[in-house]
Design a protein around this ligand. Structure first.
Ligand code: SIN
Length: 475
């Protein structure tokens, strides 16, 4: 089976890239691990940051750089922010309607976050764009190899309904998302496990800033599912407080912006407060119940299901892993340097836009902007691979104890590669990972290779920066 383009992943970056490829009459296959909506974009609550007008562009750029501890690539942030003006028009012309009004989230100096379905922006966008999608779709298919020769990617190997196949394409676009399943507590879709970053390690494709893992401050973790319930930052943007068991808004001890400081600062403050023995809650009692129900319907319903009397009762919260700033290094057109026809878009990619800590709601914007740039580059280059048949690697995909080791990894990453890090803990995580890799089936091994890159990068960055916090930095 050969297609013009093969996209791995089915989030907004994948769908938006496919839209432009399909508009140019290219055949595009989207491969997704489970169902098409099992992706992080679908669960994005807050919204999409869009600069309000030309005058807001430099302010949005400055907010993004400041939140990212100025570790961002400035020229890429400029591309992102300028493109957001056009994206607003494009989405409107495509027929998509945001809710009226814009909201604010942490570290934004003004209200510029557009939302839909109240707190279901990702779901509304994903449903809308997928409905118009003209790609071929292969679901329940796990990619376990990229077929490469020198600087050319010829296709992928997939595992689908108990069988292994190769699928070929002129361009391979990696849009497989981040790494949520590597951590004990995370907000990500259950399919998001860093396999493609592991494949990148195996193929000698460069990963960058892998130590930059973002923890969302307000997550309800007392659920039985591995995906924990995000409580959108828009709640704080619209007035919710973070308090401890005494009712004190302790965040001001850490940053004068309190609840509206950037995510890295708020998460760390909560974590450190918890370490001192406190319990931490989100107080939403200032909202009228009818307003809350309409503005945050997903959160309202889900918390009710857990018997929380919203908005009257304080909601117990903890930070949880949320987003990977690092990833497969790409150029400004989302092409992986050194390869003719290999691209990465969305969370799996490192564009350099987020720096050491992503500004809230910049991720969907990045998906749209760089997916479109990837499609333009693919169309312009018009690269064709020669017809070539690859054999499928024989490595065992699954081993009996994989699940057990994956759970141990989640514990290790949370304990030693979490919000506060030090050399001793990072080295403990590294030896666990290295000792375990030989015992694993291929798919679990790929996620361990990704984890190893995160740990190595965290060991190498000796000083704190943004989301990477080393408590032993002066030791
Ligand atoms: C949120 O709604 O707080 C999450 C949005 C984001 O990750 O930027």
């Amino acid at each position: 089976m050969k297609f013009d383009n093969v996209i791995i992943g089915s989030g907004l970056a994948a769908l938006w890239c496919a839209k432009f490829l399909n508009d140019a009459a290219k055949s595009t296959l989207i491969i997704t691990k489970n169902q098409v909506w099992d992706c992080n974009s679908f669960y994005a609550q807050g919204g999409v940051t869009l600069a309000l007008d030309e005058k807001d562009v430099p302010i949005h750029i400055q907010d993004t750089l400041k939140a990212g501890s100025y570790h961002n690539k400035k020229e890429i942030v400029e591309i992102l922010s300028k493109a957001s003006l056009k994206l607003k028009e494009e989405l409107l012309n495509y027929g998509f309607k945001f809710d009226p009004g814009v909201t604010k989230e942490g570290a934004h100096s003004i209200r510029r976050v557009f939302h839909a379905g109240g707190d279901a922006t990702g779901r509304e966008l994903h449903k809308f764009i997928f409905r118009k999608d003209k790609s071929y779709l292969l679901d329940e298919a796990v990619v376990f190899d990229i077929l490469m020769e020198k600087s050319v990617a010829y296709g992928v190997s997939i595992y689908h309904k108990g069988k292994k196949y190769n699928i070929y394409g002129d361009n391979i676009i990696i849009a497989s998302g981040g790494i949520g399943a590597l951590y004990k507590y995370d907000t990500n879709a259950r399919t998001i496990s860093g396999d493609l970053q592991g494949l990148a390690v195996e193929k000698g494709i460069k990963l960058k800033d892998m130590e930059m893992t973002q923890f969302h401050p307000t997550v309800f973790i007392e659920t039985r599912f591995s995906q924990k319930l995000l409580l959108t930052e828009a709640l704080r943007g619209e007035g919710a407080y973070i308090i401890d068991e005494t009712g004190r808004r302790f965040l001001f001890d850490y940053d004068e912006r309190g609840e509206l400081a950037s995510r890295d600062i708020v998460s760390r403050a909560i974590f450190l407060h918890q370490q001192k023995g406190h319990k931490v809650f989100l107080d939403v009692s200032m909202f009228d119940e009818e307003y809350f129900k309409k503005r945050f319907p997903t959160i309202y319903q889900k918390l009710k299901d857990y018997d929380i009397n919203v908005p009257y009762e304080p909601i117990p919260i903890s930070p949880a892993f949320h987003y990977m700033m690092g990833g497969i290094e790409v150029d400004e057109n989302s092409k992986i340097p050194g390869f003719e026809n290999l691209y990465a878009i969305g969370e799996v990619a490192y564009t350099g836009v987020h720096g050491a800590n992503r500004l809230a709601s910049n991720s969907l914007l990045e998906c749209f902007v760089f997916a479109k740039r990837a499609s333009a580059e693919i169309i312009k280059r018009n690269f064709k691979t020669k017809d070539k048949i690859f054999s499928i690697i024989s490595e065992e995909l699954f081993k009996n104890d994989d699940k057990h080791y994956k759970n141990l990894l989640r514990e290790q990453m949370w304990k030693n590669v979490g919000i506060v890090r030090d050399e001793r803990g990072l080295k403990e995580a590294l030896s666990f990972i290295e000792d375990t890799i030989p015992k694993l089936g291929r798919l679990a091994k790929l996620r361990f290779l990704t984890a190893r890159e995160i740990v190595k990068a965290a060991i190498n960055r000796k000083n704190s920066l943004g989301a990477h916090y080393r408590k032993d930095e002066n030791a």
